[in-house]
Design a protein around this ligand. Sequence first.
Ligand code: BG6
Length: 488
Amino acid sequence: MAEFLPVDPFNIVIFGGTGDLAQRKLLPALFHRWKDGQIPATSRIIGSARSQMTEAEYVDFAATACRKATSQSEWDDSSWAAFALLLDYHPLDVTSEKADWAGLRRKLGTQNEIGIFYLATAPSLYVNIARAIDQAGLIRDGTRLVLEKPIGTNLKSAEEINEGVCAHFPEHQVYRIDHYLGKETVQNLMVLRFANSLFEPVWSRNSIDHVQITVAEDLGLEGRAGYYDRSGALRDMVQNHLLQLLCLTAMEAPVSLDGDDVRTEKIKVLKALKKFDASNARQNTVRGQYTAGRVNDTPVRGYLEELDPGATSETETFVAIRAKIDNWRWSGVPFYLRTGKRMESRRSEIVIQFKDVPHSIFGDASTQANRLVIRLQPDEGVRLFVQIKEPGPGGLRIKSQPLNLSYADTFAVRYPDAYERLLMDVVRGNLALFMRRDEVEAAWRWVDSLIDAWTETGAIPEDYPAGSEGPLSSAALMDRDGRSWWSS
Ligand code: BG6
C-alpha cells in the first residue's frame, strides 16, 4: 500500500486558471492529492484569469472540472467540500497596466513559506508575468515559477523567454514542465535501466540494432487549432516529449537522482544528436498531414476540414525521424522517432531491438532477434521477447514469445496523473523531473536544424488517411534500412 507523505503548506496561483489545462489537469490533480491527504489544509489555491468571477463561481467551475476527471466511485462529497475551502479566485488581466497585482498581494498576505506561480498561459506572456510578480514584491526564497511547454517556438524565442524570466527568478526557482516526465511509466524507464544490472552490459551499439520511439494519438485537434496550426507535431511533441524519452533511453547512468545529475546526463545526449541540413533531411525525416478517414470505426474529418472549410495549411500532424546520436555508446544505432495525430490507435512505446545472434546453429529454423518493448500507455507494461522452442514433433520450430510484465496485472492501483506527481515535486522543491534552461535550448537547437532544413528543401507534408499508421514514406524510411516499425 502506498504511503502518502504530506507536503508543507503552500499557496499556488494558477494564471490561466479558467483555461483548458487548469480544468482538465491542474485542479483535478490538486484535488486528488488532497483526497489522499497530501495537501495541508492551510494551503491555498488561487485561480487567476481575465474573466470577472467570484470565488463561489470559481468553486463551481472547479467542481465541474474535478467531477469530470474523477470516477464516480472515487468522488467524495465531504472531501470536495473541504477542498473547496482552499480555493479562491483573483481576476487579473496580465496584459493590462491596470492589473490588480496589489489585490493579489493582499490575498496572499498571510503567505505560506512556499509560494507557487503556475503559468498556464500563452508563452508570450511568461516574461511579462514574471516581471509583474517581481514588481509586486511577491518573490521570496521559497517562491517557485512553473512554466508550461512550449517554451518558445524556436531557439531564439526560447532564449528570450528564459532570459526574460531568469532576470527575475534564479534558475533553481524555475520549473519547466514536460508532463511526460511525470508519467509513472516514464519514471519506470529509469528504474528499469538503473535498478537492474541485467540491461547495462547490453545497452549499447554492441548489442542493440536500433531503437524505436512511437507516440501515436488517435485524437485530432480537440479545439486547439489556433495553437496547433502554428506549432505542428515537431514543435508540439518531438521537441519535448519524444526527446525526453530519447534522453532517458540513451543517457549514461546519472550519479544520483538529484535534479542536476539527471539533467546533466540528458543534455549530453541532446548535444550528441546529429543536426540536420538540406542534404540529409529528405532521407531521414517524414512530414505528414491527415486527411479524412476512420478512427476507432468512426468517420473523422481531415486536418484541413478541422481547421476551417476551405483552409490551407502546411503544418505537419505527423513526423518520423531517423535520429543519430554521435557518441561512443550509440554510434551507428539509429533512433527512429515517430508521432502523429489521428493515427490508428493511442499508443506510446519504446522498442529496443537487439541484434540477431551472430551465428545460428538451428539450420533452417528461423530465429528473431530479442526485443524489449516498453509500453508507456495505454496497457502499461514491459515485454521482453525471447526465442523458445515450440513444443511437439514436426521439426524444430523456434518462436519469439514475450516475458510479459503487465502493470495492470501486477499492481492494482490507480495511476496518478502525471500532473499530480509534478505538482507535488514543485512543492517539495525537487527539480529532477523538470527541464533546465540549457536542456530546453539544446533541444531547440536540434529541432531548429530540422525546421531550417525543411524550409530550405520546401518539404511539404504528405497526406495520410486518419486511422492509419502515417504516410507511406514513414514505412519507406524503415524499409530503406531493411527494418520495419514494430506493431504489437
Ligand atoms: C501535449 C500536446 O503536450 O501532449 C498535445 O500539446 C498532446 O498535442 C498531448 O495531445 C499528449 O499527452 P498524453 O499525456 O495524452 O500522451
